[in-house]
Design a binder for this molecule. Structure first.
Ligand code: GTP
Ligand code: MG
Length: 228
């Protein structure tokens, strides 16, 4: 399993990103923002390590790797500010502390659909992990056809100045769902595609999402049969 570790965004990097934005003076104390980023980054490291350990243990005891690979990311300051404005929250540290729970995120790509829930259970039943939010877009896909399990968990981070509970977003999806989401994301954000083409591809993609789900369910059945 491959884990892509994200880089920690320090005060200098945050300043550089903020410098490109029109509202840099509004956001408040940059040192505090950098501290939030550092804490969330530590939280991502904690959860990433837990998931790596789970995958290793599973592979040892059951001869199967539930996790195909993982990607860690820190939200850019640009999309942090964009999200706060989109949601109509006041642009201050309090909002970032309490409302923006996806500054640090991990995407877990699993081999099978069962593995999504297997990893969820194994992670959330750990005594130091608390489930804060859960949206199951596999059971209830988005209108676009998007499927994934979205969790926000909180994990304690031990620092020299105390222990802090840190929220981390975990998105779990299969290889098929991930392949679909990457292509759909490209279609959504590519600005030079003609309108009628977007419409046609959007319709097709929605159909393919459910075809992919059917195929992955059938492959899951074969895998279950072989594991027995
Ligand atoms: P935001 O983080 O601001 O988007 O709000 P939210 O956390 O309430 O939203 P949601 O639960 O919908 O999850 C948002 C994330 O899921 C996005 O940043 C995307 O990575 C992913 N996502 C959600 N819907 C879609 C979709 O239709 N297509 C693709 N490709 N990704 C999606
Ligand atoms: Mg989000």
């Amino acid at each position: 399993m491959i884990l892509e570790r994200s880089n920690f965004m320090d005060v200098k990097q945050i300043m550089k990103e903020l410098d490109k934005l029109p509202m840099k003076s509004e956001i408040g104390d940059l040192k505090e923002l950098a501290q939030i980023y550092q804490l969330r980054h530590s939280g991502v490291n904690e959860i990433g390590t837990k998931l790596e350990n789970l995958d290793e243990e599973y592979s040892m005891n059951y001869d199967h790797n539930p996790i195909h690979h993982m990607e860690e990311r820190m939200k850019s300051v640009r999309s942090l500010v964009g999200k706060i404005q989109r949601k109509g929250y006041p642009l201050n540290m309090d909002t970032i502390h309490h409302k923006i729970l996806d500054v640090g995120g991990i995407r877990v790509i699993t081999n099978y659909i069962d593995d999504v829930y297997r990893v969820e259970d194994a992670l959330t039943q750990q005594s130091d992990v608390t489930l804060i939010k859960r949206k199951d877009y596999i059971k209830d896909p988005k209108p676009s056809g998007y499927r994934s399990l979205h969790l926000v968990v909180s994990v304690p981070v031990f620092q020299s100045n105390g222990v802090f509970d840190v929220p981390i977003e975990v998105q779990l999806r299969t290889i098929g769902m991930d392949m679909w989401a990457s292509l759909e994301h490209k279609l959504r954000y590519k600005t030079d595609v003609p309108e009628e083409k977007v419409e046609q591809h959007t319709g097709n993609l929605k159909e393919y999402a459910s075809e992919l789900f059917d195929i992955e369910s059938k492959m899951q059945e074969i895998f279950r049969d072989l594991q027995e």
